[in-house]
Design a protein around this ligand. Sequence first.
Ligand code: MN
Length: 488
Amino acid sequence: MKQYEFWFVVGSQYLYGPEVLEIVAARAAEMAEQLSEKLPYKLVYKVTAKTNQEIADVVKEANYDDACAGIVTWCHTFSPSKMWINGLANLQKPYCHLATQYNKEIPNEEIGMDFMNLNQAAHGDREHGFIAARLRMPRKVIAGYWQDEKVQTRLGDWMKAAVGVAVSKSLKVMRFGDNMREVAVTEGDKVEVQTKLGWQVNTWAVGDLVKEMNAVTEAEIDALMAVYTASYDVATDNIDAIRYQAREEIAIKKMMDAEGCKAFSNTFQDLYGMEQLPGLASQHLMAQGYGYGGEGDWKVAAMTAILKAMGEGGNGASAFMEDYTYHLVEGQEYSLGAHMLEVCPSVAAGKPRIETHHLGIGMNEKDPARLVFEGKAGKAIVVSLIDMGGRLRLIVQDIEAVKPIMPMPNLPVARVMWKAMPNLTTGVECWITAGGAHHTVLSYDVSAEQMRDWARMMDIEFVHITKDTTPEKLEEELFLKDLAWKLK
Ligand code: MN
């Protein structure tokens, strides 16, 4: 994971004299240093900006510096915001306005006009907020005391979403084979996603992958087998099938790394020259942070890579997922999610088992090895990006994952069971009304607020299905958004 940082830009003006400006600069540096210890990425104090030129310069520098994943602004004192216009109009990086204050309390005895002139964020941050609103800037506003844990968590979460933007803008997706024949929702405009999201989505021949597979050595396979056996329980005698998956993984990884790709898609309809659909291979690649999408679904492959990068430690518990089937017993309404093989073990409740089973779908000459496990319980989200024709819509639904209520001993794949919000049937009605796909990214690490931040920064439509959503309200929201996005 690349070392990203964020820049702290503090607004002021010359009106207060050098002493006040020195105090502001010293405090801003102190705040950035202390916050950096609590935040997932470093916050670097850059400038106490007093002129149009200083702001224009720091913005130019931020745009140019690949390590800078965003700017955080704050106005300790009053900063007349016409001097921000030229800079903000050129800003190409994510932008968070931290409306905070150096002091927590109003000091009863000490407070006089000197104190008021130095500590006027309540006043300065409003002027600063106005200009961003007037310029229609996509920005995050976080208000609260900078040493409060809640404020630090929210700022950290926003930073991770902003890193998701940086990852998105440089993301390359490797496609093996086309989308599954006749499927609509996995299609999309690759020029549109590159323009909006930065994704470079291109195709490579399955035949070239087979060539790369044939060049993998037994020693390379031995080394990866050692990783598999250290991470997973081997519950099959068919070691050749596992070794074949290792061969596939090594070849796919070499091709992706050579091209700088962080996500890939393939399809069971195009395995020409391969004995098995990559199962364990794809699962272990996802465990290392690569995005994946089945049936040629390059949109979900890219989103998986982005959500992983936004998660804990730059590779969080986020998995390519598919809604498979329902349990519709009253009071026990659950969705069962899985895939024919490829569910990321980052969402496993326990140690995954490597099993081999027959796979009827596709042209598998031999039984593919795959990781089988139960997903963990906990609050999570499912995310789907769809192409509405002329624009992209990101749909997020809140879910609560549970320990699967039955063992399902004959199900040969990893499985996750969950309760969708507001409840299964209304949740399904909302999801279908919004046009959400059967493929999603399921994440325990990334929140809906972070996805909303990401969608705002990427300038795409965002739809959130929560415990309070009703089909009526949603239908109206979608109708109005459809009109708004057509005008935009
Ligand atoms: Mn699928």
